[in-house]
Design a protein around this ligand. Structure first.
Ligand SMILES: CN1c2c(nc(N)[nH]c2=O)NC[C@@H]1CNc1ccc(C(=O)N[C@@H](CCC(=O)N[C@@H](CCC(=O)N[C@@H](CCC(=O)O)C(=O)O)C(=O)O)C(=O)O)cc1
Ligand SMILES: N[C@@H](CCS)C(=O)O
Ligand SMILES: [Zn+2]
Length: 758
């Protein structure tokens, strides 16, 4: 007889009112002490555990909590501290935060990048020059805390050694095994201490198993888990994967662990089980509730899927669980009071997902009839949404591939004749500091304490102030500052038909920063101009060009919660077509530079490379739908951040944007090579300083970054800009940094002009 259990793989850290963020930021500001920070965050952590206990979840995760990022936690607990912080005490919280956010003098923050194909960012461990040792057994600490404080026999969650080293940098590919070997004794110690403390289960996350591992890497995985099997006893080790189908299923299920957690939402594991079976003596973690999306599950379909899985696998234990950690979804929909009921009824955030898991577990144990009301309610909610206005069938669904009529070389000349920009033009990426005043004013307006007119006047006054600042700084291409936007995707979700937005649907994006992804419930339509008023106002204040600023279709799609019944590429085309209307409206209003941001293009790439061509085709098509029908004189910019550009080079070229600005500074010039190798011809701005850190860069540092890029990229092609938008920065540091950037640009410009004159 199969044992049936329920489990959760990870719970959101931030709290339903973002208490976590507020505590951490208050500590950074010096408003609360470390002791208070720890007390406040412990309270939240325990509340989260208690909630899961009350929901009746059998295997409650512990150690999924973090004060910034769980990859950084793992690195620091292994004494993997970047060289520039090695004179700091690794046990101190200030060291931990300095690695994440930048320290004093030259201690630049560690690189931050995407956690697989999600909008969660992790801090990249730097292995070089480190001597790993176990400074702290975090998993044990959190296990004991849950046991002592709440009587919860938690399931510690740790990042597996192969995933950890693969996500790190600072070593050659040939050293992967040596690094894993170096860490194995530390893992053994963590696991033995957990076993000794009485932990029954441990979840060891190896999401890299969903990527295309080489034969050598696979052998390494086999060696690692064989090693744990030889050395560790007394705990049940569940090897957990997510976000994609396990690539070498037949070999993976032979690993000597106690169970496998598989993603049945983003991976086709049922077919694999039906084809190759599942080991009878193992536990199967069936990830069937989507941990990456907020739409309510059709419980009848999920139950059928579970029944099919159980029948095909016939495991000794089946665990009903989410497809991944719930850190990617907001806490609860209960606090949403303004949502259309048909949408609200169709939603399921983290707490509601735990209920779905519990209902399905009960159904499996006691039969579907025991929970028939919950099943029927879920099916009806989905039907109601399907029949609603959101699914207006008259919206144009797909479109032909299109491209700009005039080739880049000619466009460049025509644009330059019109724009008359200097060599090495300077610009910024779009957003300017969202001060407390900006956020508070918006919140007041949302609460009805300010009229639309008062709010608009405030936004205009910020724009006015910053147009003047940009002119004083002598930047060449100005921006309006995005003061009217909470977020680059949420804002378009508020304005385009087909979307709904939440009041409290926050999700952690990086560190204490959160985003509120809009809900994409149906077909997307453009109803009226979205950005024209603000951009045209900014342009009316200056003779310099002001860039129109839009978020691209791929990014809007990737950073929204798209209903699973909608065909993603079709909706992406619809967004492209809607944005085309906005682009043309801007052009009509006299805007001659339009930036269409695509920071999520790289992140959205499927983990399985075989799926890349279809993804690229669709991404390029949607971007071109939005941008190809402008006049040749109109300059199209795009911007990307957090990307490994080598991998997406062809798509970048395919977008055919006249100018691309990309993030490069945290990766210290590694990205420049991509454009060198590929002999990229269009204009490009490689970010010359890191905007995620409050540090103001020195002129020398900026010049070094510019010169490094100019070794590779023609000076006629190069733009000078920061890495990304400046909304998270404070005003004085922003002005100081931009001043240095413009000075560095001028110095470089003079150098090139004098060389040319000789
Ligand atoms: C480029 N990036 C983006 C990603 N994803 C997106 N969807 N958007 C992006 O821009 N992914 C990759 C990167 C990640 N980058 C960031 C950068 C910055 C943030 C961020 O700053 N988030 C804010 C949330 C901002 C927001 O919407 N705030 C509300 C304010 C509501 C409020 O709390 N009001 C308070 C006063 C202000 C306060 O106390 O803070 C009140 O009235 O009491 C708004 O502006 O209306 C964050 O703070 O986390 C995220 C991702
Ligand atoms: N225009 C946006 C892009 C962020 S990726 C900004 O400046 O915030
Ligand atoms: Zn960016």
């Amino acid at each position: 007889m199969t044992t049936i259990l329920s489990s959760n793989l990870g719970y959101p850290r931030i709290g339903k009112n973002r208490e976590w963020k507020r505590a951490i930021e208050a500590y950074w500001q010096g408003d609360i002490t470390e002791k208070t920070l720890k007390e406040q965050t412990q309270k939240l952590r325990l509340q989260n555990l208690q909630k899961q206990k009350e929901q009746g979840i059998d295997l409650i995760p512990v150690g999924d909590f973090s004060l910034y990022d769980h990859v950084l936690d793992t690195a620091v607990s292994f004494n993997i501290i970047p060289k520039r912080f090695q004179d700091h005490n690794p046990a101190e919280l200030s060291t931990y935060f300095a690695i994440a956010r930048g320290g004093e003098k030259d201690a630049v923050a560690a690189e931050m990048t995407k956690w697989f194909n999600t909008n969660y960012h992790y801090i990249v461990p730097e292995l070089n020059d480190t001597k790993p040792k176990l400074l702290e057994n975090r998993a044990l600490y959190y296990y004991q805390e849950a046991k002592e404080e709440l009587g919860i026999d938690g399931k510690p969650v740790i990042i597996g050694p192969v995933t950890f080293v693969k996500l790190a940098k600072g070593y050659e590919e040939t050293e992967l095994e040596a690094w894993v070997d170096r860490l194995l004794p530390l893992y053994e110690q963590i696991l033995s201490e957990l076993a000794e403390a009485g932990a029954s289960w441990v979840q060891i996350d190896e999401p890299v198993l969903g990527t295309n591992l080489s034969e050598k890497e696979l052998k390494l995985v086999e060696k690692v888990y064989q090693n744990f099997d030889n050395k560790i006893s007394g705990i049940q080790l569940i090897l957990q994967t997510y976000f994609e189908t396990v690539q070498h299923y037949q070999r993976i299920i032979k690993l000597p662990v106690d169970g496998f957690g598989l993603d049945f939402v983003h991976g086709d594991h049922l077919s694999l089980i039906q084809k190759y079976g599942f080991p009878a003596d193992k536990v199967l973690g069936a990830g069937i509730i989507n941990g990456r999306n907020v739409w309510r599950a059709n419980l009848e379909n999920k139950f059928q899927l579970l029944a099919d899985i159980e029948e095909a696998a016939n495991p000794k234990t089946i665990i009903v669980q989410g497809s991944s950690s719930l850190v990617h979804v907001p806490v609860t929909k209960n606090t949403e009071e303004k949502l259309d009921t048909v949408v609200k009824d169709g939603l399921s955030f983290a707490d509601e997902k735990l209920t779905e898991i519990k209902v399905l577990t009960t159904a499996l144990k006691e039969g579907q009839e025991s929970v028939s009301d919950a099943f029927t309610a879920s099916v009806h909610a989905i039907e109601r949404l399907d029949q609603s206005d959101y699914r207006n069938q008259t919206v144009e669904a797909t479109a032909e591939n299109i491209k700009r009529e005039v080739p880049f070389e000619q466009r460049k000349k025509r644009q330059q004749a019109h724009l008359n920009l200097p060599l090495l033009p300077t610009t910024t990426i779009g957003s300017l500091p969202q001060t407390l005043e900006v956020k508070r004013t918006r919140t007041k307006w949302r609460k009805g304490e300010l009229t639309d007119d008062q709010y608009n006047q405030f936004v205009q006054s910020e724009t006015r102030k910053w147009i003047q600042i940009q002119e004083d700084l002598e930047l060449d291409v100005l921006v309006h500052g995005e003061f009217e936007r909470t977020d680059m995707v949420e804002y378009f979700g508020e304005k385009l038909k087909g979307f709904a937005v939440t009041e409290f649907g926050w999700v952690q994006s990086y560190g204490s920063r959160c985003v509120k992804p809009p809900l994409l419930a149906g077909n997307v339509e453009w109803e009226h101009p979205i950005t024209v008023k603000e951009i045209a106002y900014a342009q009316s204040l200056t003779d310099k060009p002001v860039k129109g600023m839009l978020t691209g279709p791929v990014t809007i799609l990737n950073w929204s919660f798209v209903h699973e019944e909608l065909p993603r590429f079709t909706v992406q085309d619809q967004i492209g077509l809607a944005l085309e209307k906005e682009v043309l409206a801007l052009e009509d209003a006299g805007v001659s530079i339009i930036q269409v941001d695509e920071p999520a293009l790289r992140e959205g790439l499927p983990l399985d490379r075989l799926k890349w061509p279809a993804y690229f085709d669709a991404a390029v098509r949607a971007f071109r739908l939005a941008t190809s029908t402008v006049k040749p004189e109109t300059q199209i910019h795009t911007h990307m951040c957090y990307s490994e550009f080598g991998e997406i080079y062809e798509a970048i070229d395919g977008l055919d944007a006249d100018v691309i600005s990309i993030e490069t500074s945290r990766s210290h010039g590694e990205m420049v090579e991509t454009f060198e190798i590929n002999d990229y011809k269009k204009d490009i701005g490689l970010g010359v300083y890191d905007i995620h850190s409050p540090r103001v860069p020195s002129i020398e540092e900026l010049e070094a970054n510019i010169n490094r890029a100019l070794e590779t990229i023609d000076v006629e092609q190069f733009w000078i800009n920061p890495d990304c938008g400046l909304k998270t920065r404070k005003e004085p540091e922003t002005i100081a940094a931009l001043k240095k950037m413009v000075e560095a640009a001028k110095l470089t410009r003079e150098k090139y002009i004098s060389i040319n004159q000789k």
